[in-house]
Design a protein around this ligand. Structure first.
Ligand SMILES: NC(=O)c1ccc[n+]([C@@H]2O[C@H](COP(=O)([O-])OP(=O)(O)OC[C@H]3O[C@@H](n4cnc5c(N)ncnc54)[C@H](O)[C@@H]3O)[C@@H](O)[C@H]2O)c1
Length: 250
């Protein structure tokens, strides 16, 4: 039986990370050809080899980097039909302890990176005649409850993830006439803390506040990403898929 993504050509940013690598494996398993893109070299080559994919160096806040990555995918497998914007950085600082340099860094990677990804994917998907873009937001794009060790709000992270939520809806409107769907995914706490974000007491407390009482497995997020990429989600665009064990329900 053919996989649900057979014929698809996917680029996954942040594919060397926890959720990106799980998404890359799931999309490949479901039949897509997968380009494994990350800023960091570690992991990306081995994963691309494992999936018979393409390893790409990509810095998401750089237009030149996107131009080169998109062209490399086209040369390798044809125009991209699936984009998963998964690259991201975390920060647990609140309003008054956040440095301005960190603020600009989060905006560049988490927000501008997603904007550029969607912008560079659109012509490829238009030429392919179909496309699905999945943007990684977070429960922190919906609520601003604390998750960092300091008990602060993670204000920069929340700002960028809230922006991803609304940029997704705006791009869905812009790209709907071309049959390109754009949706956001909002994971709760995953059993794979983002690089640089410690397994703090506050994070464990947040897990305990989650109605299902546990962190998500990366594979549980990857399954939702694959669904949004597939034709089973053909009437979904501009929507936000919350996968949080009930965290935002209470
Ligand atoms: N882990 C969680 O609990 C969680 C929860 C909700 C949402 N998310 C979101 O899911 C996405 C992936 O999270 P993760 O847990 O896999 O994180 P991770 O830290 O494991 O992976 C992130 C990847 O992004 C890459 N990256 C960082 N800056 C980059 C840049 N400028 N250009 C290109 N690549 C860059 C890193 O090298 C890394 O491989 C992020 O957007 C994150 O905000 C994560």
């Amino acid at each position: 039986m053919l996989g649900s993504l057979e014929g698809g050509v996917a680029l996954i940013t942040g594919a060397g990370g926890s959720l990106g690598s799980a998404a890359a494996r799931r999309l490949a398993q479901d039949g897509a050809r997968v380009a494994v893109a990350d800023l960091r070299a570690e992991g990306r080559g081995a994963l691309a080899e494992e999936l018979d994919g393409l390893a790409l160096s990509l810095q998401v806040e750089s237009e030149d980097s996107w131009k080169a990555a998109v062209a490399a995918v086209r040369d390798w497998a044809g125009p991209m039909t699936i984009l998963v914007n998964c690259a991201g950085i975390g920060d647990g600082c609140g309003l008054e302890d956040l440095s301005m340099s960190r603020w600009h860094e989060l905006l560049a990677v988490n927000q501008t990176g997603v904007l550029l990804g969607m912008r560079f994917a659109a012509p490829e998907m238009r030429s392919a005649g179909e496309g699905s873009i999945i943007n990684l937001s977070s429960i922190h794009g919906i609520v601003a409850r604390s998750s960092g060790g300091s008990g602060a709000s993670a204000i920069a992270y929340a700002a960028t993830k809230g922006a991803v939520r609304l940029m997704t809806k705006a791009a869905a409107v812009d790209l709907a006439p071309d049959g390109i769907r754009v949706n956001s995914v909002h994971p709760g706490y995953v059993d794979a803390p983002m690089l640089g974000v410690e397994q703090s007491a506050a994070r464990l407390a947040a897990r305990d506040r989650t109605p299902l009482g546990r962190f998500a497995r990366p594979e549980e997020i990857a399954g939702a990403i694959s669904f949004l990429a597939s034709r089973d989600a053909s009437y979904m665009t501009g929507s936000e898929l919350v996968i949080d064990g009930g965290y935002t329900a209470v």
